[in-house]
Design a protein around this ligand. Structure first.
Ligand code: IMP
Length: 425
């Protein structure tokens, strides 16, 4: 039996989807354990491109059981739409199980988020506006939370909605008097219909996963977002509202981390970030735009241009330590191929002091000036390379430097979107 986890070590969008897809055929169970339809995974499979958000990549293989575990927040309408879009692309989807403990996103979560983000003005978190943070907030607060399992207990569900919606209307309208009044009865009817359509998939996924472990099934945990967006360990408050580092696996699935045999950290060969918050190596110049263009760095979910910069080994090394990864996969190395020279941030200077520690407060991170190691570019197309020894020596030096500074072996290098464009080191 093998239990593997794939987690992002930066601010998300590390191309985890490709690694998960490469590995999926070795696994019988693929588990998504955090986040919601804020995530975006692009998976190329069988000559087609699939844009997945809430669904685990295992869904594309009919022999894999995909699990949406308790740590995920679910917008049932978005989930059904996504399932339909995959089916419309001709995929015979595999078994999909949804945790009855997962929390549900309701229209008031989106309304509340819209008004809260708007009121923060230039301090807005820059969320994906999917009601993720407001749903997790209710989960932690308990009094306004509704879980998937609650939707199948009609009296209880109606009562909960009446209580919650009444209070949400007060809160939302206090913040925005022009906000429309939401109706508990309408939401109840809509969500009963949606719940009905997923009823056959809803189960106690924790119990299922433990049985699968007992049966020695190979299991893959598919991360979403990245370690630096982790609610506890990321660049708070410019983070997502769940534990998006490796720390989230145990909480979000009920499977103890000690059963994981291999934790793979996925990194981009450079840095990207969407939304607000500090990003020390961000480039506001032509090089930044060049990376954005070469890497097609526009958000999968929101279409927003991503902020681009040099590889930040301080931030990524911290992500690797927090997530406890055994090795790293370096993605999109080909994006840097046309540059004369490439830089890697090996330390920060904060208030005149050099440090390789990642600051815990964003005001310190905002002061961080990157100290770069500059390497010569390789200036040649590397997308056809299939063996580590065939990389130009400059690209090898770049990979080695990433490994040295992040203090983890590089085991995979990706040099294009296709499965074949992958080098196992
Ligand atoms: P939320 O998750 O929608 O609350 O957004 C909080 C922050 O996380 C924002 O900066 C988002 O841009 C970022 N974020 C959420 N999901 C992703 C993702 O899949 N990739 C990259 N950034 C994300």
């Amino acid at each position: 039996m093998a239990v593997t986890a794939v987690v992002g070590l930066q601010w998300g969008d590390e191309a985890k989807g490709k690694i998960v897809d490469l590995l999926t055929d070795k696994y019988e169970v693929v588990v998504r354990y955090l986040g919601g339809n804020n995530a975006g995974h692009t998976v190329m499979f069988g000559g087609n491109t699939y844009k997945l958000s809430l669904l685990p990549a295992g869904i594309l293989r009919s022999n894999v059981t995909s699990v949406i575990a308790n740590g995920v927040v679910i917008n049932p309408a978005a989930l059904l739409k996504e399932i339909q879009s995959v089916v419309d692309q001709g995929v015979e989807i595999g078994e999909l199980l949804i945790s009855d403990r997962a929390h549900v996103i309701f229209p008031y979560h989106l309304a509340e988020e819209a008004v809260l983000e708007q009121r923060r003005g230039d301090q807005a978190i820059g969320t994906t506006m999917r009601g993720i943070g407001t749903c997790y907030r209710d989960k932690i607060g308990r009094t306004h939370a509704i879980r998937v399992g609650d939707m199948y207990r009609p009296d209880y569900f109606r009562q909960r909605l009446e209580e919650v919606v009444e209070q949400k209307n007060v809160i939302i309208q206090a913040l925005d008097p022009s906000a429309e009044t939401l109706s508990a009865a309408t939401i109840y009817d809509d969500y009963c219909r949606l719940a009905e359509q997923i009823a056959h998939r809803v189960t106690d996924t924790t119990a299922y996963l433990h049985k699968a472990l007992k049966q020695d099934k190979n299991m893959l945990f598919e991360g979403a977002q990245g370690s630096l967006l982790d609610i506890d360990h990321g660049t708070f408050p410019f983070v997502t509202s769940s534990n998006s580092s490796g720390c989230g696996i145990h909480v979000g699935s009920g499977v103890p981390e000690r059963v994981i045999d291999q934790m793979i950290g996925v990194v981009k060969a450079y840095t990207t970030r969407v939304g607000g918050g500090p990003c020390p190596t961000e480039l506001h110049d032509q090089t930044g735009q060049h990376i954005r263009d070469e890497g097609h760095e526009y958000g999968t979910v929101t279409g927003r241009p991503r902020r681009c910069g040099w590889f930040d080994a301080v931030a990524t090394g911290y992500g690797a330590r927090v997530s406890g990864v055994d090795c790293i996969a370096v993605m999109l190395l080909d994006v840097l191929s046309k540059l004369d020279e490439v830089k890697i941030c090996e330390a920060y200077e904060i208030n005149g002091e050099r440090t390789t520690d990642f600051p815990s407060h964003i005001q310190d991170l905002e002061l961080a000036k990157p100290i770069y190691r500059t390497l010569p570019g390789w200036k040649q197309d590397i997308t056809g390379i299939r063996k580590l020894e065939d990389f130009p020596k400059e690209a090898r030096a770049y990979i080695d430097t990433v490994s040295e500074l992040v203090e983890r072996p590089v085991e995979i290098v990706s040099i294009g979107p296709d499965r074949e464009q992958t080098v196992f080191c």
